[in-house]
Design a protein around this ligand. Structure first.
Ligand code: NAP
Length: 252
């Protein structure tokens, strides 16, 4: 629907959930810009999408760095088109029980999730306000409800929800929606790292997790990409400030 070709920025799109979001939004017809630190991941997803005929720009950028973000967003506007869709997906974990958590692990997690989402959204909103249309989609997590060993990550992911609702209030008058997706267990390198920390094989960790999930399976990146596609679509303009748990069962 509509003739306007949208341009989407996906942060942390070099692998995992972000890479799948890039594939999905490309299939939806958008130009795709991917920011990531991991050059090998960028090269791989960039080549894959180009081979399928999509317009794609991959940029090595640290979302927690103000200059890096400003330069990257400007490059997208110059080379692909005004970025009016942003998916704040870049993320890291630095898990530890509170008494063992270092200040640097606290700061790193806040820096990527919260500062990163703030910086990318602040740069991109100029283009959205000018276009009088925009979609901001932030990755929260079921950990926002509290998760042992993740005081930093849980605080950041709860923070993403407050950030999202505030953007919805501020930017709604410009045709911009902001929504958050809170995934449960999704099979990626992030959950593989958690299994390793717990001393479990990934297969055992997946099986044990699936048994506790109402739909009796763990999530795949495509489960999240599908939700992103809904929030990003032209027809979702009346859905804003929401947090959608995509976790195979109810969470609140
Ligand atoms: P992932 O496989 O670890 O991918 C995250 C990507 O973000 C990596 O490519 C990483 O690059 C990149 N990144 C990290 N720091 C960055 C920075 N400062 N600037 C730019 N890129 C950066 O994780 P995932 O499982 O796909 O998770 C994606 C998002 O979903 C995250 O926000 C995560 O918190 C959230 N989430 C995941 C789950 C799950 O079960 N997997 C559940 C709930 C929420 P490097 O490798 O170079 O660091």
């Amino acid at each position: 629907m509509g003739e306007t070709q949208r341009t989407a920025i996906i942060t942390g799109g070099g692998r995992g959930i972000g890479a799948e979001v890039a594939r999905k939004l490309a299939e939806d017809g958008m130009n795709i810009a991917i920011f990531d630190l991991d050059q090998a991941g960028l090269d791989s997803i960039g080549a894959e999408l180009k081979a399928k005929g999509h317009n794609v720009l991959t940029i090595s950028a640290d979302v927690s760095n103000e200059e890096s973000v400003a330069a990257a967003v400007q490059r997208v506007a110059d080379e692909l088109g005004a970025p009016t869709v942003v998916v704040n997906n870049a993320g890291i974990i630095r898990d530890n029980l509170l008494f063992k958590m270092s200040v640097s692990d606290w700061d790193l997690v806040m820096g990527v999730h919260l500062r990163g989402a703030f910086l990318v959204s602040r740069e991109a909103q100029k283009h959205m306000v000018q276009a009088k249309w925009g979609r901001i989609i932030n990755l929260s997590s079921t950990s926002a409800l509290g998760n042992r060993g993740q005081a930093n990550y849980a605080a950041a992911k709860a923070g993403m929800q407050g950030f999202t609702k505030t953007l919805a209030l501020e930017l709604g008058r410009y045709g911009v929606t902001a929504n958050a997706i809170a995934p449960g267990f999704i099979e990626t390198e992030m959950t593989a790292a958690t299994a390793e920390r717990l001393g479990l094989s990934f297969e055992d960790f997946v099986a044990a997790s699936a048994a506790k999930i109402p739909v009796q399976r763990t999530g795949k990146p495509a489960d999240i990409a599908n939700a992103v596609s809904f929030f990003a679509s032209e027809n979702s303009g009346f859905v804003s400030g929401q947090v959608l748990y995509v976790a195979g069962g109810p969470k609140a």
